[in-house]
Design a protein around this ligand. Structure first.
Ligand SMILES: N[C@@H](CCC(=O)N[C@@H](CS)C(=O)NCC(=O)O)C(=O)O
Length: 250
């Protein structure tokens, strides 16, 4: 059985994880019809200190795309995108890069760098800390948890500065995120999925980013822009209804 290590999300909410990449991986597994179990992951125990990671065939693999690539090679049930021709496969790669770099870091900026949003993020991070911290550290959580989260925030702000997104003004970040969302809307057109009637891996990737943008509690002009695009919302809801039916969070 495949084990996906993830952050999770407070119980009773309509989203499976705080990380768009975890949502991507789980959605792709559901698209493939590959059963899996989930565990709350501890980042420092993971090969790249990031989530998701997954245990497959006894190996711990890091990174949603490498996990997917491994399964595409070794599991006959995997959604392998062979229904896409070589040009479509190249286009899918370009769309995924746009979603996972431009759109992800625009969302990252709003979640970590905007004070009014970070106030909403803090309880979600504390919830993850409660589920992931064990042993002697657990009783210290009420005191050390908030302190650790402030330190992590500073690290994240340095990270997004080094990446480049945080060097832009908030308005410029919105412009970058909107361009990506507009491109996705145009590429989607009237289709059910990005390449027609059948989902491909890139739909799982875009769903992860889009879901985080429209469902996570970080209001702002980028979320407003996505919420005002009926085609994009219908696409989101189509994937949600098909792969995350009402009984499952997400
Ligand atoms: N390329 C990776 C990205 C995963 C990723 O960036 N995960 C973030 C959460 S959205 C993470 O765990 N960050 C922890 C850190 O940077 O310390 C993938 O596709 O899995």
């Amino acid at each position: 059985m495949i084990i996906v290590y993830k952050y999770g999300y407070p119980a009773g909410t309509d989203t499976p994880d705080i990380s768009p990449f975890v949502i991507k991986l789980e959605t792709w597994l559901r698209m493939s019809g590959i059963p899996y179990e989930t565990r709350t992951g501890t980042r420092r125990e993971m090969p790249k200190a990031k989530l998701p990671s997954a245990r497959v065939d006894g190996r711990l693999i890091a990174d949603s795309s490498f996990i997917i690539a491994y399964l595409q090679k070794h599991d006959p049930r995997a959604l392998d995108d062979t229904h896409l021709d070589p040009v479509q496969q190249a286009q899918a790669e370009a769309i995924q890069c746009m979603a996972e770099s431009q759109l992800y870091f625009a969302g990252f900026y709003f979640r970590w760098c905007v004070d009014t949003n970070f106030v909403r993020y803090r309880p979600l991070l504390l919830d993850y800390a409660k589920r992931s911290v064990a042993g002697w550290q657990r009783p210290l959580l009420p005191v050390l948890g908030p302190l650790a989260i402030s330190l992590i925030r500073r690290q994240k702000m340095r990270q997004v500065w080094a990446q480049g997104m945080a060097r832009h003004s908030a308005d410029e970040v919105v412009t970058i995120g909107r361009s990506a969302l507009q491109a996705l809307t145009t590429l989607l057109g009237e289709q059910a999925y990005l390449f027609g009637a059948t989902p491909s891996t890139v739909d799982a990737s875009v769903y992860g980013q889009l879901h985080a943008l429209v469902k996570h509690p970080f209001p702002g002009p980028l979320q407003d822009f996505a919420l005002a695009r009926p085609e994009l919302l219908a696409y989101h809801d189509r994937i949600k209804q098909r792969y995350w039916p009402a009984a499952a969070p997400g």
